[in-house]
Design a protein around this ligand. Structure first.
Ligand SMILES: [Mg+2]
Ligand SMILES: [Zn+2]
Length: 437
């Protein structure tokens, strides 16, 4: 499965914050993580997906990297080096790539980011969008103090929101991971090897023009640039978390209904003010996040078809949901909503969304999309909801089902179905899945 992508690894950083471990005798990328240099973990993961051509940007103590990896043949890859005589920022040395890469796409990776990724999926995404630059993004448990990426519903990156900004509106939990696929055409604008910042100088001018995309994945990607983070990353590798989350391996997922399950039942919700969490919701979702299951919301929002609000309003409500959960250290891996409704003939309706669709629960359209996207094994996954519609949806998709007694608590009686398990609320449902009582 060889491909034409060159991986460029920015390994020139000084790694000052890791000095207690490196003693300034070895460069940060050579730091042994469970017996193997960090850089080698990166190369091995990429090589498994057919990426064999590497350019490593070296600086401080870079000769030690060269001594270990040489031309890469010992590791089944081909490596060349760019030596940074003085630090040129995150993008300055890309100038030296210009003639090697021409207009071929390349991967850009920072030396202190550890990951285990199914690269074939990110590359397929980049190619299907005909993207100029694709940023790997993911949710985390502390979005309130993270640099965030702003995206629209078509995955375009439309801006960046620095952690130092005062955030006055709801924001999505979407964090820049420091992993990129970039078209070589971007480099052709570089005329001299000057100090440059990748995001500010190279990517920001392209944002909002439909050329830059965010690729959202729940796979393992962490910055290991401080002693504390390095140790956590090392533990996660030892515990098998890295490889378990790689999307080449089947995933387990807990699908969640929204209204009456995560947030308080208030009938149809069309305004952000109406969204209020069930008291246990953040704790329950945090438990899912920590367990290694994916947390994915599947919700019918016929409020759009009924003309009660727009798609933008729904997205704002979902950003509020992300913020309320994020404030308590919880996040959703993904969310899908159906804006449609089948019954026509109401004066205020939005005809564009009045249709019979396959996504509206108990149809499995939304689930099918997620199952494909995240390689989900239904026989080890769950649907949790407060209505018989949710239970019927779970049964239709071959999932285990849990009915919660919040919201309508099954009293809708639209379908004559019985859940495998019942629980007081979302927290009790998640605890039952994990055998915690
Ligand atoms: Mg519900
Ligand atoms: Zn639909």
């Amino acid at each position: 499965m060889k491909n034409n992508y060159t991986a460029v690894i920015q390994a020139g950083g000084k790694g000052t914050r890791l000095t207690p471990l490196t003693h300034d005798k070895i460069p940060k990328p050579m730091l042994l993580l469970n017996g193997k240099p960090m850089l080698q973990w990166q190369i091995d993961n990429l090589s498994r997906y057919g990426i064999k051509e590497f350019v490593i940007i070296i600086g401080h103590l870079g000769e030690k990297i060269k001594e270990h990896f040489e031309d890469g043949s010992r590791f089944g890859v081909h490596i060349t080096y760019i030596e940074e005589k003085e630090p040129l920022g995150s993008a300055g040395s890309l100038f030296f790539l210009k003639n090697r890469i021409q207009d071929q796409p390349f991967l850009l990776i920072f030396g202190d980011v550890m990951f285990d990724l199914a690269w074939d999926r990110m590359i397929a995404f980049h190619e299907s969008k005909d993207s100029t630059a694709t940023l790997l993004v993911h949710p985390n448990s502390h979005p309130y103090d993270s640099d965030l990426i702003l995206m629209d519903y078509e995955d375009h990156v439309i801006g960046m929101d620095s952690k130092t900004n005062i955030r006055k509106s709801w924001y999505d939990n979407c964090v820049n991971a420091g992993i990129y696929i970039i078209s070589g055409s971007v480099l052709q604008k570089l005329n001299t090897p000057a100090k440059m910042d990748l995001e500010k100088d190279l990517l920001k001018p392209l944002m909002g023009k439909g050329h830059i995309y965010g690729y959202r994945t729940p796979e393992y990607v962490r910055d290991a640039g401080t002693v504390g983070r390095f140790q956590a990353v090392q533990k996660a590798q030892k515990d098998g978390v890295w490889s378990t989350k790689n999307l080449s391996n089947v995933q387990r997922c807990i699908f969640l209904d929204r209204d009456g399950t995560i947030n308080r039942h208030k009938g149809l919700i069309s305004k952000e003010e109406e969204l209020e969490l069930e008291p246990c919701a953040a704790e329950a979702i945090r438990l899912i996040n920590e367990s290694g299951y994916l947390a994915v919301v599947i919700t019918n929002q016929s409020v759009v078809a009924r003309g009660m609000c727009s798609i933008d309003d729904i997205e704002r409500i979902h950003r509020k949901l992300a913020v309320l959960l994020g404030e308590q250290g919880a996040y959703l891996d993904d969310l899908a909503f159906c804006p449609h409704h089948p019954d026509k003939g109401y004066p205020e309706e939005n005809p564009e969304y009045k249709m019979t669709c396959s996504c509206r629960k108990p149809g499995t359209g939304m689930l099918d999309g997620m199952i494909e996207k995240y390689n989900i094994d239904c026989s080890n996954s769950y649907m949790i909801g407060d209505s018989t519609i949710d239970i019927q949806t779970g049964i239709n998709a071959g999932l285990h089902t849990i009915l919660v007694h919040t919201g309508v608590a099954g009293t809708d009686a639209k379908y004559d179905v019985k859940a495998e398990t019942e629980a007081r609320d979302l927290l009790e449902a998640v605890k039952k899945i994990h055998g915690i009582s």
